[in-house]
Design a protein around this ligand. Sequence first.
Ligand SMILES: Cc1ncc(COP(=O)(O)O)c(C=O)c1O
Length: 359
Amino acid sequence: MALEFAEKTRRIPVYPVAAGYSLGADVTMLASNEAAFGPLEPVVEVARHAVLGANRYPDPSYMQLRRALSDRYGIPWERVALGSGSCDLLLAAGEALLEPGAELVYAWPSFSMYPHLAAASGARAIEVPLNADAVHDLDAIATEVTVATRLVLICNPNNPTGTALPLEDIEAFLDRIPDHVCVILDEAYVEFSLTVGDPFASLPLLARHPNLVILRTFSKVYGLAGLRVGYGLCGSETFRIAVDQVRQPFYLTSAAQAAGAEALKYQDEVERRVVATVAARTTVTDALRERGLWVAESDANFVWVRLAEDGGDGPVVDALRERGVIVRSGTALGGPGFARVTLGTDAENARFLAALAEL
Ligand SMILES: Cc1ncc(COP(=O)(O)O)c(C=O)c1O
């Protein structure tokens, strides 16, 4: 007899994972918004050291990493939530906050995990279209907030479009949202954003909005996507307590905790990576626009480019893959006709542009 799964299992959309992992060495992976740079040597060293003690469970209070983040951002450790990647925190937020009858509001297209939260919990998802410039429409989002709303997700800069809102707009938006509604400001790409300015700029919002959680990750500028470490800086302790309640006690490995804490020490290198990424962003955006393609104004480590009429992105993405360049088809991300291209090294970006020129 076939297994009988819970109804929610049928509802949860399959996450659109990147293709190309099995294609071998001569492939340029520009599909997952990872860093083109590897982790730094001292970070690798502390992770190696942690693995030597892997017969023991990790510290379930995650105190070294919580304190490192608390020291850097000036937020008490009690208001630092952690997760096995920020995806883990998003899913835990869905589990802790949502249930049938509750509502969740977010822009669309936005990060492809967001629809999971409603599907897994039975809550209602309200997807508010981006405006014509592929930017969040905060007015329209605020209008959708009702007594049933438990959670609002704002992705800034937005994945997959890369577009960012100035913090004044976010602040004015937060003023319109009732205090019982949790707002997660997903800043996975904030370090790359010239519009936001720097990763400290949004922190003052926490003092004024206890319902706010600023979500961050070590997967992007810190180059630790494979170790899975994310964090949330919270306006109040209650969010951290709730998301810790719905997860297993050891959601972060000892190597991940140690690597995250160590990685924070090398901010000069982070700065260098940001400068290189911003330069690559300008080069790739200009080159695509010179070909007459529409490209969203990106503030992240990827660009969102219109390749074809609705649905026509698939053949272009396939043809790029045949040339060894893996980018993400917009169709899977809620934007048929578009592709999302992660910025790689100069050589990788040049390979992408050369492959596209052949098509
Ligand atoms: C907007 C956004 N939020 C969160 C994440 C999750 O990242 P991670 O789980 O690796 O921390 C991603 C990953 O691509 C993302 O684009």
